[in-house]
Design a binder for this molecule. Structure first.
Ligand code: FMN
Length: 178
């Protein structure tokens, strides 16, 4: 097997092992791991390379508590850290022909990089969008222009935690070859 084949297989295994995790140990995230996760986010592509993102890492109990209050599920409280991706529409690319603004796309790509990079560090995540936005804005002191579409807990899965089994549409249903 050549190096390229090995790399491809490793990436597939990483994508297959990632799952939404909803119960964590209290073990803190090592700074080295966090640095690599953030660096992977920094390398994400963005429209016109405008990089309209900001990454907020929440680790202090006081701020964690204010974010917990913005999400209805208690399991979030088990995570030792929460990573929020924010950005401003005015910093993102706008398509001239119809005014499409790439902010949500750019921030989502960065979040996906974060989630896969975390998995590569053995750190589990869960993309969270069902939060109370006004509450989160207050918790993070976001200004009027800052937008947030998702955050994720970061942590090691609790012992014995069994993720929801993967349920996906078959490829034949979703892929077309023309
Ligand atoms: C845009 C988006 C929003 C999501 N919001 C939530 C959420 O608010 N709470 C939650 O528990 N999971 C949330 N999820 C996780 C999905 O439920 C999960 O990815 C899906 O069920 C597939 O499971 P898997 O991630 O374990 O493969 C979200 C995922 C995405 C992509």
């Amino acid at each position: 097997m050549n190096d390229q084949a090995l790399t491809t297989m490793d990436f597939h295994a990483l994508a297959a092992s990632r799952c939404s995790t909803r119960s964590f140990t209290q073990d803190p995230i090592p700074q080295d791991s966090l640095n690599r996760i953030l660096e992977t986010a920094r390398l994400a592509p963005s429209a016109k390379n405008l990089q309209p993102w900001r990454f907020i890492v929440i680790r202090t109990p006081e701020v964690l508590r204010t974010v917990h209050a913005c999400y209805s599920r208690d399991w979030l409280q088990t995570a030792p850290a929460i990573l929020v991706v924010t950005g401003r529409r005015c910093d993102a690319w706008v398509r001239a022909s119809d005014g499409y603004n790439s902010l949500e796309t750019d921030l989502s790509i960065a979040m996906d990089h974060i989630i896969l990079a975390a998995e590569n560090e053995g750190i589990s995540t869960c993309w969270i969008a069902a939060f109370d936005l006004p509450c989160l804005r207050r918790a993070l002191s976001l200004t009027g222009e800052d937008e947030v579409f998702a955050f994720t807990p970061l942590g090691y899965p609790a012992e014995g935690y069994t993720p929801v089994p993967k349920k996906r549409k078959p490829l034949e249903e979703i892929a077309t070859y023309l």
